[in-house]
Design a protein. Structure first.
Ligand SMILES: NC(=O)c1ccc[n+]([C@@H]2O[C@H](COP(=O)([O-])OP(=O)(O)OC[C@H]3O[C@@H](n4cnc5c(N)ncnc54)[C@H](OP(=O)(O)O)[C@@H]3O)[C@@H](O)[C@H]2O)c1
Length: 96
């Protein structure tokens, strides 16, 4: 039976590429995005998720379980990069 993979942040970059690769290789892939409705070219379904909101995490996992009844692999990829001197980065940005 095919493995179910959840990739957080599957709308662009590394998460999107890994999701496409796994889809092409027989995995059942679900990605996530804060705005899945904007991602019209995704090769795999995207669920709504903001990893900074615990209610959003619970809702995303419940939605996936209701569709697949299982999650075999989690690729916890969502995130943002910050560049610049540490002392100039706002605390809220670092926490996010
Ligand atoms: N690229 C690099 O050189 C590099 C180096 C070191 C570490 N990383 C890490 O590797 C991961 C992927 O990098 P990337 O270059 O592929 O980045 P990317 O193209 O900017 O993609 C980031 C992904 O994370 C999602 N995302 C961002 N904030 C989110 C949030 N609050 N809740 C849910 N999803 C969120 C975005 O989805 P939406 O915007 O659609 O919600 C998007 O799908 C990131 O965690 C990054 O920090 C990357």
């Amino acid at each position: 039976m095919s493995k179910v993979v959840l990739i957080t942040g599957g709308s662009s970059g590394i998460g999107k590429s890994v999701g496409e690769y796994l889809t092409d290789n027989g995995y059942i892939v679900y990605g996530t995005s804060r705005s899945p409705e904007k991602c019209t070219d995704s090769k795999f379904p995207l669920l709504k998720l903001d990893v900074t909101q615990s209610a959003s995490i619970a809702s995303c996992v419940l939605e996936l379980i209701s569709k697949t009844n299982q999650i075999d692999i989690l690729i916890n990829n969502a995130g943002v990069g910050i560049t610049g001197p540490l002392e100039e980065i706002p605390t809220e940005e670092m926490k996010a």
